[in-house]
Design a protein around this ligand. Sequence first.
Ligand code: T4K
Length: 374
Amino acid sequence: MKKELIFDHSITVTQPSLPNYASYIAYVKDIWERKWLTNNGPLHEEFKNRLKSYLSTTNVELFTNGHLALEISLKALELEGEVITTPFTFASTIHAIKNCNLEPVFCDIDPVTYNIDPTKIEELITDKTSAIVAVHVFGNPCELEAIQAIATKHNLKVIYDAAHAFGVEVDGNGIANYGDVSMFSFHATKVFHSIEGGMLSFSDEMLSPILNALKNFGITSPETVDYIGTNAKMNEFQSAMGLCNLEIVDKEISSRKNAYTRYMEELTGLDDVQLLKLPENIKPNYAYFPILLKDHKLRNFLSDRLTKYNVIARKYFYPLCSQFECYDYDGNETPVALDVSDRILCLPMHANLDVKEVSQICDIIRYELGDYSE
Ligand code: T4K
């Protein structure tokens, strides 16, 4: 341990940015006066329209969180049987599939991007397969064309868990415009947030009334309930936070870019550390800063050591979802994902992180890796 590198406060993996207090309170004052708190209020509608324009997309619906948005999208698409997906994701993705009585079939991931490996999807397709649920892990886009080609050939739906990918563009096109549906998380820990919140973007506008019904108990008119729905509506306070944060999201992303650039400068070429390379044709959002260590033991060593310096890195995503005790899989069906999950570590990455703090984190990493003996 090098005492002079210890932070005097916790540097967490992420930290929400908050908008100007007065601008949020101005929205709250209006909510107070209107007494319209939830169920498609005016701020909800304004937020929806502003999102369409910011993300350059046509069809969107808002939800109380990303998880329920994803679950509702699977229901709305009336999927059945098996769904090909990745085990290298947050619990939410697979729980959503299971909660819709679908069977996840785990496909291995690409060792460089950590996204689902499209070359391994086709061998998993059976006559029960109805969809591919892919995740833009750490905001890095999946191989969109390859996935769509497979889906078109086999008549499958494509659902993107884009929880991490707000604002990302591919060849100048917003990531919300790919697949049948994409789900975005607006959780406090994300690049863009509405405290809690979620959004679906979708290609078929006919989905809109179904999504609206499903998030409101299946109600389609005051005396008609057409679906077995749930309650997943975004309220006015969430919408207000989202509207305020839309004003600062570009600044958020550029501050993250500064942290990202400093990490890249300081960690590139370091022995035993693999960095995630972003493709040239994307506009990234710098949602996470994952590093891949040489092996499991070194990853755990570094994670523990960083904690002693008050740097709280996180093992996103370890264990693999397919290793969860609540399920009956074991993780061995996807050896690449298993290996990545054993070696991954996400370093702190957020807009409030100063580049000097990034340098200090990198100093700690260099010092501790030098101190490591196998
Ligand atoms: N799909 C994917 C691929 C996802 O990653 C997620 C969510 C979803 C779907 C579902 O979307 P939502 O339903 O959540 O909208 C966090 C988030 O809670 C979760 O939203 C996120 N993924 C996941 C990757 O990260 P935890 O269990 O790591 O959260 P927690 O409480 O440990 O927070 C992480 C760090 O953030 C803390 O060390 C401190 C900091 N923090 C957190 C909160 C909540 C703050 O500074 N302030 C805060 O208010 O899951």
